[in-house]
Design a protein. Sequence first.
Lengths: 107, 121
Amino acid sequence: DIQMTQSPSSLSASVGDRVTITCRASQSIKTYLNWYQQKPGKAPKLLIYAASSLQSGVPSRFSGSGSGTDFTLTISSLQPEDFAAYYCQQSSSTPWTFGQGTKVEIK
Amino acid sequence: QLQLQESGSGLVKPSQTLSLTCAVSGGSISSGSYSWSWIRQPPGKGLEWIGYIYHSGSAYYNPSLKSRVTISVDRSKNQFSLNLTSVTAADTAVYYCARISNFWPKTFDYWGQGTLVTVSS
C-alpha cells in the first residue's frame, strides 16, 4: 500500500494568513494526488485534483503543487469558512489511501 | 444534481453483519464513466477506502477488509450496497458512499452525507 503522510497534523492560523499543508507519498505517485476539505459533521469535498487542478466552484485562493512524492496545498489568504480538516488522497494505485489529515484551527 | 444517500442500521452487535445501502438520484448508476465506492471514518480519525463497484458488478476491495466485505449493485433501483461481516468495535465509523470517475483523474467527486454505524452489544 502507498502510505500518505501529512504535516502538520494541526495548525493555528488567523484570517488572512497564508497556509501551507504538506503531503508525502511513500513512493512516486506522479501527479495522482487529490485534496479534500472536511468540515465537522460533513462529508469531504473535493478541492484539488491531479495535484494542481482546481475543482469547479472552488475559490482560487486554494492551490496545489508537487509531483512524485511531495505535494503541497496552499491557501493564499485564509478565510473564516476555511477552518476545517484537509486530507490528501492518492489515486495512483489501489488500495486508494488518504493522509491522516490536517486540522486548520482559528488562532 | 447528483445526490447520494446512505441508509441502514445505525447499531450492529459484535460478530454480526453491517449492511448499508446508497441510493443514487440525479444520475444513472449504470454509467460506464463512473464507479461507486464506500469509504469510512472512525470517530475523530481519518478516512479509509473500503472498496468500489463498477456498473457491471465487478467489485474491488481494500485488502485490509477484503475477507469481510461485499459490495453489490442493484441497477433497477439505482443503488448499491455494502455488507461487512463479523464486525467488532473497530468497525464503528461514519460510512460514506461516493462516486469515483473511471478515467484519470480518479476523484471522489460526489459524496453522501454519511451514516454513523456503532458496533456495540
